[in-house]
Design a protein around this ligand. Structure first.
Ligand SMILES: [Zn+2]
Length: 283
């Protein structure tokens, strides 16, 4: 799988200015070549290069290598789509193996190298590890573990996702998360507001879990999230009254009691065992 990393370039002012100025000339050259190619309907890289090479080098003061790169970039974009003239403002686009995009954002240069990491063939799971993601505990699993911490969020999310993926692998289980599309139904307005603030944080944690699972060969499934915090994992009695407080679950039918997040994780697990398909899950 291709993972894009981000490197901040810390440059001296004079180098920063020079790089920015070069980037502007490079983009201007790309726009010139793009306009020329479009008007002449000339999209063949070699022929295009012959036609514009000296003009571009002279007019935009670009090195030979940058001129060739600019032509290649414009020609590649037209291979994908000849319908309209392509414009070049700042560096963008899909990362390619072995290449790095240079982007300038809010006065800072970043290098975005694409790194190819090998995925592992997913195993056939014997069980499922249900995971409930929540603001307070961050993650609670169906084996009774709650994961939280006070570290910097990104570090914490890396640690939690790594731990969950390794745990699932150790127990030869698939990882089961709630289907995000249903999560909104489960929560009250007050929690929804908080959840909204934290939505990006959940997206980050889920994406970490997803890519680490892919790399490790751990299958991931999304389970139906309805009533995961109201259903009794022991007798299946489902009632709002089972969850009288935010933190604690107590079944009104069989008296089963446990922390609410772990109950939700248990229900996610049992749903993941029943609903088996585990390929190509979009998180
Ligand atoms: Zn019960």
């Amino acid at each position: 799988m291709l993972i894009t990393t981000k490197i901040k370039l810390i440059l001296e002012q004079k180098h920063h200015e020079k790089l920015l100025e070069t980037m502007k000339r490079y983009n201007a050259a790309c726009n010139y070549i793009s306009g020329f190619a479009f008007e002449q309907s000339q999209y063949n890289r070699i022929r295009l290069q012959k036609l514009v090479y000296f003009v571009v080098r002279d007019q935009f003061q670009l090195s030979s290598q940058m001129t060739i790169l600019a032509v290649r970039k414009v020609a590649a974009a037209y291979i994908a789509d000849k319908a309209k003239k392509n414009e070049y403002k700042k560096s963008k686009g899909k990362n390619v193996r072995g290449q790095a995009d240079l982007v300038w954002h809010d006065g800072v240069f970043y290098l975005l190298p694409g790194v190819e990491l090998p995925e592992n063939e997913p195993y056939i799971p014997n069980d499922a590890l249900g995971v409930d993601l929540d603001i307070k505990n961050i993650a609670a699993d169906s084996m009774g573990e709650s994961l939280s911490g006070d570290a910097v969020q990104a570090v914490r999310h890396h640690c939690i996702s790594k731990h969950l993926v390794e745990k699932a692998k150790r127990h030869r289980s698939r990882l089961a998360l709630e289907d995000l599309t249903g999560i909104r139904e489960r929560i009250t307005v007050r929690r929804a507001q908080r959840r909204n603030q934290h939505a990006w944080a959940f997206a980050q944690l889920r994406s970490y879990i997803k890519y680490k699972a892919l790399l490790a060969g751990v299958p991931v499934v999304l389970a139906d999230p309805r009533n995961t915090s109201r259903e009794c994992p022991q007798c299946e009695h489902t009632a709002k009254e089972n969850r009288k407080t935010r933190d604690w679950f107590r079944c009104q039918a069989c008296e089963y009691a446990a922390p609410a997040d772990n109950v939700a994780a248990l229900n996610i697990r049992s749903r993941a065992i029943v609903s088996v398909p585990n390929v190509g899950v979009a998180i």
